[in-house]
Design a protein around this ligand. Structure first.
Ligand code: FES
Length: 370
């Protein structure tokens, strides 16, 4: 900064027609003495778009072309969204599907063109004059800094850390090593083999296992299920006894199996059921069974509306149509509730034909591998 008190720049700027361009008004009228002389501003150079109307028009057209291309690319994104099924054409390019590639490319190009257009606008057409604003000292007043240092020293003296290097060094080590668990836990967020995914893909259900009422464990006679009923149930193996011969489970294993085995059983007019292909024989006289665990993030669902056959998850309002393979009709869940194939045994009790044929509960990276 120069030692003079003037705000006049060393190189006054005039517009191409000769009229002076005012400098920014933030320039102070008083400047303190500075140890380094103010070098001033370099001579202003006008851009071609400032002095040549043709260049200005050309830049205008270039920028407009970028914005129009961005619009087209965004529209192509919508077209691609509806044209390609997610999961189709998985080997289109480098193992990525047509949907992934086209959605990524069109959205990426659109954003890139908008960004490039804005940069061009700023560089070629926006007002071009230098702004000057004085920097103010960032440091706190000396007395505040002294008080802070004094407070720190007092604290250290009282804690006796300076006199006890063993305590000081081990404390620093303990706090430093505390960062390791956070780093290790990040591993669980990544796709990979960190999880025992078999545990997530299988439940305790097996062919011939009876459905029982939750809490009490009584088996469910098909003939006793009323039209419009919703029964909260689970697998008979969760109520082991000498009679049924299922082994006792304990602790975390019992809790995990209990959560995965939870089901809802409803009965409706068989004519109202729209089974998926291959699931025509998964119901018994209109009795149909699904996992009770929401496919969004795993809350237990149970709010049933018998007239529409919709069941609602209380956590985020995902709604599933039980008459139509539990497809999602509303909410954030991305896939239907898994269905348990049903049959009846010799005594007329409801039994499972098999385990669930897909992982139950919330989605996870490795789900497709199961
Ligand atoms: S857990 Fe069911 S909607 Fe979120």
């Amino acid at each position: 900064m120069s030692n003079d008190n003037s705000s006049t720049p060393k190189h006054p700027v005039n517009a191409p027609d000769g009229t002076p361009v005012p400098y920014d008004t933030h320039v102070p009228t008083h400047r303190e003495a500075e140890p380094i002389a103010d070098p001033g501003l370099p001579a202003h150079t006008w851009r071609p778009t400032d002095v040549d109307p043709k260049a200005e028009k050309r830049a205008e057209r270039q920028i407009a072309a970028m914005f129009i291309a961005a619009m087209i690319s965004a529209i192509l994104f919508v077209v691609a969204y509806f044209s390609f099924e997610v999961g189709d054409n998985w080997d289109t390019f480098a193992g990525l599907g047509a949907s992934t590639i086209t959605l990524g490319l069109t959205l990426g190009i659109s954003l890139l063109l908008i960004g490039t257009g804005i940069i061009h606008l700023a560089r070629k057409l926006m007002a071009d004059h230098e702004m000057v604003e004085m920097r103010h000292p960032a440091a706190s007043p000396q007395e505040d800094r002294d008080a802070t240092v004094q407070a720190l020293n007092d604290g250290l003296a009282e804690a006796g850390i300076g006199r006890r290097p063993l305590v000081r060094n081990t404390m620093i080590g303990a706090v430093g090593v505390l960062g390791l668990p956070a780093v290790v836990l990040l591993r669980d967020l990544a796709p990979g083999d960190a999880l025992d995914i078999d545990k997530l893909g299988n439940t305790i259900w097996e062919p011939g296992m009876r459905l029982v009422r939750d809490v009490v464990g009584t088996p469910i006679l098909a003939s006793e299920v009323e039209m419009g009923d919703l029964i909260n149930g689970t697998a008979e193996a969760m109520f082991p006894s000498e009679e049924n011969g299922y082994p006792e489970l304990h602790g975390a294993e019992e809790q995990a199996e209990k959560a995965k085995a939870a089901i809802i059983v409803v009965r409706m007019d068989p004519d109202e059921i729209t089974p998926l292909e291959g699931r025509e024989k998964w119901t018994v006289d209109g009795i149909i069974c699904y996992s009770k665990i929401c496919t969004h993030v795993g809350c237990p669902i149970s709010l049933y509306e018998r007239t529409t056959h919709h069941v609602l998850c209380p956590c985020h309002q995902s709604t599933f149509d039980l008459a139509d393979h539990a497809r999602v009709v509303f909410g954030p869940a991305a896939r239907p509730l898994p269905q348990l194939p049903l049959a009846v045994d010799d005594e007329g009790y409801l039994v499972a034909q098999s385990d669930f044929t897909e992982p139950i509960g919330a989605s996870f990276w490795e789900r497709e591998k199961l």
